[in-house]
Design a protein around this ligand. Structure first.
Ligand SMILES: Nc1nc2c(c(=O)[nH]1)N=C([C@H](O)[C@@H](O)CO)CN2
Length: 118
């Protein structure tokens, strides 16, 4: 299975369950792997046949910056749904990390897989 990936996408947004978290944006980091055959893009050398990681990144950034979720679970599901629906991605694995959340930890977060690889 071929994949197109986005690694270490950093986005600032308001997220969290505590009052102090509702007052200022925090950094989230997104790692995304998307099933996508590269055969057509490779044969044509045409961006129209590719899953454009720049377009996917920009769409995710716009959504996350505007979001105001309490839980990272909620936001992870939203990102997975929009990527699958808007970019016709059949399967993806998404890791959403909140590096500032637990002082003693390097990072915390969730990792989900959605869809089926074709
Ligand atoms: N499974 C989760 N646990 C926690 C979350 C979350 O979104 N999912 N959020 C928090 C707080 O907002 C935390 O990030 C502040 O340090 C705690 N646990």
């Amino acid at each position: 299975m071929d994949k197109v990936y986005i690694r270490g996408l950093e986005v600032q947004t308001v997220i969290g369950i505590y009052d102090w978290e509702r007052k200022a944006p925090q950094k989230l980091v997104i790692d995304l792997e998307m099933a996508w055959s590269i055969a057509e893009a490779a044969a044509s050398d045409n961006i129209e046949a590719a899953l454009n990681y720049k377009s996917v990144s920009q769409r995710i950034i716009a959504h996350v910056e505007a979001s105001r979720c309490l839980l990272i679970e909620t936001l992870a599901e939203q990102i997975a749904t929009l990527v699958r629906n808007e970019f016709s991605v059949p399967w993806l694995q998404l890791e959403l990390s909140k590096p500032g959340a637990v002082g003693e930890a390097q990072s915390v977060g969730v990792k989900i897989e959605r869809g089926e690889a074709v």
